[in-house]
Design a protein around this ligand. Structure first.
Ligand code: GLY
Length: 422
């Protein structure tokens, strides 16, 4: 089977690594890919936001199965067009992708289906938003409704701060169309976790709960990033909480999608906040988390590509799916300056070998004319390790990270601190 992977980040490199191991896959094409993926598969140029171009490429390479990594092509309906062209595809259609591409739709969906989430108001009008803000407690969360490359969520600590954020979005057009509807949401204080589901209609496989580290600095300090590291399983999701997540969140979410006529086939990523022992939905995403994907695929005892194909074709048998009794960690290495303006073009030095329980996943890399792998993005690489304990996985991930070098390379030394008790 020939697989086309759409995307270019660490998540897509992890998907490629799974394809390379899968007995079902004879050839993988990635579009557009990155420097690390180019060494392992054919990479072709693609504007991932152009649904027509995605379909044209899938036809051109005669893909038997398409895996769409990021949310942008899903939001434009690329998966619908691929299905209409008769191709199995892992990723929801445009209607399902609205769970991520419209936070207003997503919040209203949760309310329609009694799924626990923070109280929120949805506004297009600045003065109506201000009236709402006057009656609220602070801090408060302000979200641009549309896709905003991870930058559209702001925590305002006072009325004045909130007023200026809402003004920038609704009047100043800060996020363009994406910020023309805003959500003003009560702040939830608790511990976050990522729940990743492989979904085929109302059937699903739940991957181990994971926890991302979104801030750039140790101790969760400094500005937000795309994610500086993650680990699984995350012990904040105890058996008791997992049961509440299943009955109060997962099952009503999938039943809600079915009731609304949405045949969802792909990853449903539910970001939750655990507050006083109760899980609440922070957001839905319609693709794998990055960097969570990189640690969750190696924890599956079954072939992840087969499971994704089963989701796409409606043949998923959740009861038969097995997860390894292991732990996994990824430590993200970023370029100097990230998440602000960052250095690019530095040659990366790699170790001569990588242990079997580890992998180096490329995110922001490319090959220069001399064939060197150089830095080309903010998040450059992810160092993944699995092990019998989280501490063993952490030790191996950091030992490998210390052998990867380039000028200005940065990593957090405290990934997993909540679970490791640091
Ligand atoms: N890890 C956060 C995200 O993928 O959105």
């Amino acid at each position: 089977m020939k697989v086309l992977i759409v995307g270019s980040g660490g998540r897509e490199h992890a998907l490629l690594k799974a394809c390379l191991k899968s007995p079902l896959v004879t050839e993988t094409v990635v579009a557009p890919g990155n420097g690390g993926m180019a060494a392992e598969a054919t990479c072709l140029p693609l504007d991932v936001e152009d649904a027509g171009a995605v379909v044209a490429l899938a036809k051109e390479v005669a893909a038997d199965f398409v895996i769409v990594g990021p949310e942008a092509p899903l939001a434009t309906g690329a998966a619908d067009s691929l299905r209409e062209a008769g191709m199995p595809v892992y990723g929801p259609g445009k209607a399902g992708a609205e769970l991520e591409s419209s936070k207003a739709f997503s919040k209203e969906f949760m309310l329609r289906h009694n799924i626990p989430t923070a109280a929120a108001g949805i506004f297009k009008d600045f003065s109506a938003a201000l009236d709402y803000l006057r009656g609220r407690e602070y801090p408060i969360v302000i979200k641009a409704s549309g896709l905003a490359a991870g930058k559209g969520v702001i925590i305002a600590d006072s009325f004045e701060h909130a007023e200026s954020v809402v003004h920038d979005m609704l009047v100043g057009y800060q996020f363009g169309k994406s910020g023309q509807t805003v959500l003003i949401e009560d702040f939830m204080k608790g511990e976050e976790a990522s729940i990743m589901l492989l979904v085929s209609g109302e059937k699903y496989v739940q991957l181990p709960p994971s926890q991302d580290h979104k801030r750039i600095g140790e101790g969760d300090s400094g500005p937000n990033t795309g994610g500086m590291g993650a680990y699984a399983p995350a012990p904040v999701v105890t058996q008791k909480i997992a049961e509440k997540v299943r009955t109060k969140i997962i099952e009503p979410s999938l039943a809600g999608l079915a009731k609304e006529g949405i045949d969802y086939r792909g990853t449903l990523y539910v970001g939750i906040m655990v507050v006083d022992g109760e899980p609440y939905v922070v957001e839905y995403n319609v693709r794998f988390g990055d960097p969570e994907c990189q640690i969750l695929l190696p924890l599956l005892a079954d072939d992840p590509i087969k499971l994704m194909l089963d989701c796409a074709q409606g043949t998923l048998k959740p009861a038969e799916v097995k997860v390894k009794d292991e732990h996994a960690m990824i430590v993200v290495m970023s370029a100097e300056g990230y998440p602000g303006a960052y250095r690019k073009g530095d040659v990366i030095e790699f170790p001569a070998s990588v242990p079997d329980n580890c992998s180096i996943v490329h995110a922001g890399t490319k090959q220069d004319d001399a064939g060197n792998i150089i830095t080309a993005g903010g998040r450059v690489l992810g160092i993944v390790a699995t092990g019998p304990t989280l501490q063993a996985a952490a030790d191996d991930a950091y030992a490998l990270a210390d052998q990867v070098k380039w000028p200005g390379a940065y990593l957090r030394r405290d990934i997993g601190w909540r679970a490791l008790g640091k």
